[in-house]
Design a protein around this ligand. Sequence first.
Ligand code: NHR
Ligand code: GAR
Length: 209
Amino acid sequence: MLLSGRGSNLQSILSASQSGALGGDIALVISNRPDSGGLDIARDAGIEIALIDHQAYATREAFDASLAGALENQSLDLIVLAGFMRILTPAFVSRFSGRLINIHPSLLPLYPGLNTHQRALDAGDTHAGATVHYVTRELDGGPSVLQAKVVVQPDDDADSLAARVLQVEHQIYPQAIAWHLSERLQFTAGTLYLDGVALPPTGQRWESV
Ligand code: NHR
Ligand code: GAR
């Protein structure tokens, strides 16, 4: 797993792993930031951790080569981005193609990139949400697996909306990872399949909450 921050998605995935709902274990947690809460959560759970600080590398290519080096000896089924804040190079993405998944805090294809909650509020959207997608070289442009919606409340600010979206992230991300690990979900040759059936571009919908 790759992360940069607090690690609440790590916590939800760890809980699913411990209950048997995930169908797998977290082998390694890597952060690009020394102060990530996610590193503390992983350490306390006895998971191997690594700090690969992007500021120590002159180029994105050098940073990604170091990341790839840490990941390649592990025979990982899936590399999970959970609040990971560095854009990955095409070389890294193609090396782990079909085995890289991300959760993005918007209803993709709306609002790829950063500052998603404020952008949804500024647009006057009635709904916001989160999307699990496979990672391709196109930022937040890979095929969607699972999407969850929440209702925007009149008094929401970016923080309150982010907190509501985070609750559904904790539901859909372990689910999507479990599908991948059980091989119900496959991303091959640019097409995404669930139980052998090609998924529509928006992925599966989780019920509105
Ligand atoms: N890499 C590729 N190639 N494709 C994707 O879809 C990726 C990716 C790397 C990360 C997560 C994504 C998100 O869910 C993600 C998806 C970071 C940025 C960003 O602009 C944008 C989107 C995402 C992650 N990062 C700045 C950068 O220069 C740094 C910002 C910071 O450090 O705070 O890399 O939102
Ligand atoms: C989550 O909301 C995740 O969707 C978002 O950051 C938060 C991480 O929270 N991801 C991105 O913005 C990726 N650029 P967490 O550290 O508590 O899991």
